[in-house]
Design a protein around this ligand. Sequence first.
Ligand SMILES: C[S@@+](CC[C@H](N)C(=O)[O-])C[C@H]1O[C@@H](n2cnc3c(N)ncnc32)[C@H](O)[C@@H]1O
Length: 268
Amino acid sequence: MPVNYDQAVSFYDATRGYRDGVVERYREALLDVTGMDASARFLELGIGSGLIAQAFYPFARSYVGIDFSLGMMRLIRGKLAGDRRPLLAQADARYLPFVAGSFDIVHAVRVFHHLLNWRACIDEARRLLGNGGALVIVEMIPPAGAGRPPWALVQDRWDEILRGLGVSSDEGRDQGIWLTDDAMRQYIEATGGRADVLDLLRYLEKPVSPRIMVERRAAGMFSSDWRLPEAIHQEASRALRDWLERDCEAPDDMVEREMLFRALIARW
Ligand SMILES: C[S@@+](CC[C@H](N)C(=O)[O-])C[C@H]1O[C@@H](n2cnc3c(N)ncnc32)[C@H](O)[C@@H]1O
């Protein structure tokens, strides 16, 4: 079963939103590397709540977004401004209801690591691209050499606790579907395309503290939590809170992390 983001509707924007100006900088970097402008026909795979789309649709000639989650797409209403509207469809990125060659840019931000059958999604994106079009797959990663913020310890501790309870904290990574650039690049080249991997832009996330991260874990705000049995999640959350109170240094220090938009750009 694909991951169900309907359960993230109440907290997604508050926990995954960007600082002001970041998505506009992403838009400019994307246009720059693809050589496109506002006349391009955009398709966003996994548009979610429109955090990325909101920097595009007010200025793009046409902006189409698809997602599995109707709940997430409903959040886009609150972000509409001006006359232009994105066109939305509930669809699976593997099977899209559009005619071949309909788009100049197909992009997906923070989506491909969720896709069980990512090759089929790449095939479908390729079908939809017109001549000279580009598929842009973006994930956020920490830049090489960046220090780890203190709250990253919460993730380490959570992984350890789950291991102690006999559960893996990241099923995707265990199955080898946490994608590497190399795996995607090889596939794109095998299908006659060219793939370039580049760092589009660096940015600062909103600041968080270890306590905030612990409470997000306990509230099940990470997609890897959603497949855990309730009893395991509760027991792990108790252990994590105990660790916070007993052993975590500076549990309330608010620290921002530097991240980057890493993009794989494919053309055929
Ligand atoms: C982490 S969210 C990212 C949303 C948005 N791109 C952003 O950056 O805020 C991942 C989104 O991808 C959607 N998604 C995951 N797999 C999908 C699939 N196979 N087809 C369509 N949407 C999918 C989820 O429903 C979710 O809204």
